[in-house]
Write a new protein. Structure first.
Lengths: 112, 115
């Protein structure tokens, strides 16, 4: 997990509230990614960013938003439009998009 | 789209025995394949990758993987399993430039090594 931090580790929210998950990296990596993990489904791509001030939707972007104002930071907002937000969220980065990705420790979000 | 499949939800092996975790892939063009391991409530740790070259790839913690083009497989192996190897293992394939080279993951295989 070294070099990529995610906070908080656990997050509890009421339905209808927006919540922002933090992802920071000190690896000087250009590319950053957000994945969602659900039991038995592997990881699915939410958003990715290859450079500062640019990001693209992944396979399941509906109900999520991101920003990439700094190279080190790629926060993910889970909006009230996300129908089933309870999941384990993982942030990853790579030195360039072509290379292997390194993952943060994850944030477990529970919405009730 | 590039995809991988992990046909086994769980693999059980006795400590000291060899282990194999299976992965097959479906890609257009040359595959870029990866193995990751996940311990409970933790992020994924990179184990190894195949880009090109030797079909036998060596990685972290004594793991290796064999790339087989004719069988479109990339099985993870270890000659002698440890109890501490018990974890969730993911095979992944790199997607193309139009997806930011994101990884497409299999559903994972739970490895249980018993003493």
């Amino acid at each position: 997990d070294g070099g990529i931090t995610q906070s908080p580790k656990y997050l509890f929210r009421k339905e209808g509230q927006n919540v922002t998950l933090s992802c920071e990296q000190n690896l000087n990596h250009d590319a950053m990614y957000w994945y969602r993990q659900d039991p038995g489904q592997g990881l699915r791509l939410i958003y990715y960013s290859q450079i500062v001030n640019d990001f693209q939707k992944g396979d399941i972007a509906e109900g999520y938003s991101v920003s990439r104002e700094k190279k080190e930071s790629f926060p993910l907002t889970v909006t009230s439009a996300q129908k089933n937000p309870t999941a384990f969220y993982l942030c990853a980065s790579s030195i360039e998009a072509r290379y292997e990705q390194y993952f943060g420790p994850g944030t477990r979000l529970t919405v009730t | 789209a590039q995809s991988v499949a992990q046909p086994e939800d769980q693999v059980n092996v006795a400590e000291g025995n060899p282990l194999t975790v299976k992965c097959t892939y479906s890609v257009s063009g040359n595959p870029y394949l990866f193995w990751y391991v996940q311990y409970p409530n933790r992020g994924l740790q990179f184990l190894l990758k195949y880009i090109t070259g030797d079909n036998l790839v060596k990685g972290s913690y004594g793991f290796e993987a064999e790339f087989n083009k004719s069988q479109t497989s990339f099985h993870l192996k270890k000659p002698s399993a440890l109890v501490s190897d018990s974890a969730l293992y993911f095979c992944a394939v790199r997607d193309g430039a139009n997806s930011g080279y994101a990884l497409n993951f299999g559903k994972g295989t739970s490895l249980l090594v018993t003493p």
